[in-house]
Each structure stands twice: as structure tokens, then as C-alpha cells.
Design a binder for this molecule. Structure first.
Ligand SMILES: [Zn+2]
Length: 390
């Protein structure tokens, strides 16, 4: 058993439930903060726990380059390495590799690319992406896909979708043959708790394995997305992601593609929308039936002084806040808004204090998590259903 989605309430197309993973339960719909390099920049794991983060996302491409997969594997996997007991998801590295426009070459076999750090040559294939993600040991891992660029003509979008399907089948084949190699499946709990080591992240369920999700592509063509969904489902995965969005297309197009694709995904399995979006968008998509989302926006914007509040966006760098004694967001109950004034936050930012990044990130993450909490409450206030289990 890898994961299990228990749908506990529905309202329209939306569903609220519990995703049971080898490292704990996740209330859905959920927003997953991004910890690119096994770290949510500026925020320690204990604070993430206090914020109520139940699942974190980390990036395969970046971890593969630094510190390297062997290091993480030797340390017992990502959970143990970064001391995170709760659920994790890793992407396949595909999206990052495809954004290295001038540094990559795609073939049937995989993608040759050069590191953005030092120009060194590397090669990622579906099998290699699986080997890496098994070594990292996240609870949910992603198939290696080709993120179709925008704009793409009809033939290009089809060819790219077909390639993603072939790669998805190769990922599944490799994963099924090697899933027992995940670091936490072969390490005894007693060994993980060995003396002299910091506390370890131990799977909560013995004999559990990772879950490999398939990814729907097809560019901005609803018919192609439909076909991609059906054929990815034919390959067979415990969960499905909608990929290849937020690549420069207009927001309405993103929304149309998400809504039309959702109709073709299995009702009783997790649906993950990758790399989207603003607080308004994540609430809308959760209300439309998406179970999982991730985005760098709350953390990246925070580091640039852009804060999301119940009254809209606040650019804390502005001089108008220099003597503003009020809380950043009077309606927010995060530790930042409970304690500090806009004037102080503005001063920290203007002075380039490290604390500015920390506090801004904590607030923005809280805001995103609170947004999803309120959507879950909204769904549960609708008609409850019987529990549906996959
Ligand atoms: Zn706050």
C-alpha cells in the first residue's frame, strides 16, 4: 500500500478528505509549500510544523546537483536528512530541466543538459528520474514528463504528449521493479534511532512504499488533454497530476484547461495541479475538485516583500508603511501579525535584515494554508458523503 485518499465530504465538484501517506495524514485539499533544496528558505522545520504544514515539496533537479543523491540516500533519505517526519513529494526534475532552454537536448531516451551551477553535463531519463526519486524517498514521486512549451503548434503538442506517455510507462516499469529500494523501507527503525544521531523520521506504516503519480500533458488543447488523461489512466497510477501549465499562457487558458482536464480524472484518486497559483486561484481550483497544489509564489514573493493579506496584496517596502503601527493583516492570526507592526516589517525589509525574509515567508505561508483551511471548511459545510476509499 502506498497512499490512500479518503474522501469525506463533497460540495459541487470539490472534495475534502484525508490523504494517508507513509509519513502521516494530509488534510485535502492541500497547499504544499516548496522546499527546493530540502529547505523552505528561511523557515525551520519546527516552524513549518507549527504552521500546520502536513506535506512539503522538494525539487529533484536541485537536490540531484546539490548535495547529490548518494549523500541523501546515505543519510537515510530526505525525511531523515532534513528531519521532517511528515509527508513529502518530489517533482521529477523534468520541469526544471526544460526551463534550461539553451542547456538541454531532448531525445527519445531522455534529456541531456548542463548544470546551471557549473555547466557540467548530465543526463536524465525516465529510469534515472525514478532511481533518483527512490533514493530521495519522498512519499509521493512524479513521473518524468516533457513540459510542452507555450505556445506550441498542434503537431508539437501531440508529439510532446506522446513522448510523456511513453516516458510515463517507462517510469512505472522501473518504479515497480525498484520501489523496495526506498531508504526508509529497508532500514530498520531501531537503526534509524541509533544513539548519537538526531531524532529520525520513521515511516508511520510498516511495509509502506512510495506512490508514483502520472502527469497529464497536451499543451493548451482540451481534446489533447482529454486524450492524455485517458491514456495516462490506462497506464495506471495511484494519483494524477495536471502538468505543463503556468508556462506563460493567459490565466483564463490555464483555468479552462484545468477545469476541462479535471472532468477526465478518476473521482476516487488524488488530483494534483502543479505549480499554480495566487491565493484566489488555489481557492478556486480547490473548489473545482483539485486535491493538491504547490507554488513558489508565497515564499518567493515574501522574499521580495510582497505579502498576501485578507485586504489584498501589500508591498511592505513602500514608504507609506514606515510609521504604520497596525498589524500586517488584522484578520490574520499568524505569529507575525500577532506580534509585529507594518512599520517594523518595512524597516526590516528596507534594512535587508534576514529576519524580514523569515517573517514575510511565515506570514505568506500561513495565509496560503489558512486559505486552504477555509476551503476545506466550506466543502465540509456542504453535504457530507460516505467515505470513498481507493
Ligand atoms: Zn499573518
Amino acid at each position: 500500500m502506498s497512499i490512500q485518499l479518503q474522501i469525506e465530504a463533497t460540495r459541487g465538484s470539490a472534495r475534502a478528505g484525508t490523504l494517508i501517506t507513509p509519513h502521516g495524514e494530509v488534510e485535502t485539499p492541500v497547499f504544499m509549500p516548496v522546499g527546493t533544496l530540502a529547505s523552505v528558505k528561511g523557515v525551520s522545520q519546527d516552524v513549518l510544523e507549527e504552521l500546520g504544514v502536513q506535506i512539503l515539496l522538494s525539487n529533484t533537479y536541485h537536490l540531484y546537483l546539490r548535495p547529490g543523491i548518494e549523500t541523501v540516500r546515505q543519510m537515510g533519505g530526505l525525511h531523515r536528512f532534513m528531519s521532517w517526519d511528515r509527508a513529502m513529494l518530489t517533482d521529477s526534475g523534468g520541469f526544471q530541466v526544460f526551463s534550461l532552454n539553451d542547456l538541454r537536448k531532448v531525445s527519445e531516451e531522455g534529456v541531456a543538459f548542463r548544470s546551471h551551477l557549473d555547466g557540467s553535463p548530465h543526463f536524465l531519463s525516465p529510469e534515472k528520474a525514478m532511481e533518483i526519486q527512490i533514493g530521495l524517498g519522498a512519499d509521493i514521486i512524479m513521473a518524468f514528463d516533457e513540459c510542452t512549451e507555450y505556445p506550441a503548434d498542434a503537431q508539437r503538442a501531440r508529439d510532446s504528449m506522446e513522448l510523456t506517455l511513453r516516458w510515463g510507462a517507462r517510469c512505472k516499469k522501473y518504479f515497480e521493479a525498484h520501489k523496495q529500494e526506498v531508504p526508509w523501507a529497508r532500514t530498520e527503525s531501531a537503526e534509524l534511532r541509533s544513539a548519537g544521531r538526531p531524532r529520525a523520521a520513521v515511516p508511520t506504516r510498516a511495509g509502506a512504499t512510495q506512490a508514483l503519480f502520472g502527469i497529464v500533458q497536451g499543451g493548451m488543447d482540451a481534446a489533447l488533454r482529454h486524450e492524455s488523461a485517458e491514456r495516462t489512466i490506462d497506464v495506471g497510477f495511484p494519483g494524477y497530476a495536471i502538468g505543463g501549465l503556468s508556462v506563460g499562457e493567459p490565466r483564463e487558458v490555464t483555468r479552462d484547461i484545468v477545469l476541462s482536464t479535471l472532468e477526465h480524472l478518476p473521482a476516487n484518486q488524488p488530483r494534483y495541479l502543479m505549480g499554480v497559483g495566487t491565493p484566489e486561484e488555489i481557492a478556486q481550483y480547490a473548489q473545482s475538485g483539485v486535491d493538491m497544489m504547490d507554488c513558489v509564489l508565497p515564499t518567493r514573493a515574501a522574499r521580495h516583500g510582497l505579502l498576501f493579506t485578507s485586504e489584498g496584496k501589500v508591498s511592505i517596502k513602500q514608504a507609506r508603511y514606515a510609521q504604520d503601527e497596525s498589524a500586517l493583516d488584522p484578520a490574520c492570526d499568524c505569529r507575525v501579525c500577532q506580534r509585529y507592526s507594518r512599520a517594523y516589517l518595512r524597516h526590516l525589509y528596507a534594512s535587508n535584515e534576514l529576519l524580514a525574509q523569515v517573517l514575510n515567508t511565515v506570514h505568506n505561508l500561513h495565509f496560503y494554508l489558512a486559505t486552504m483551511r477555509s476551503v476545506r471548511v466550506w466543502i465540509r459545510a456542504g453535504h457530507a458523503t460516505g467515505t470513498v476509499t481507493t
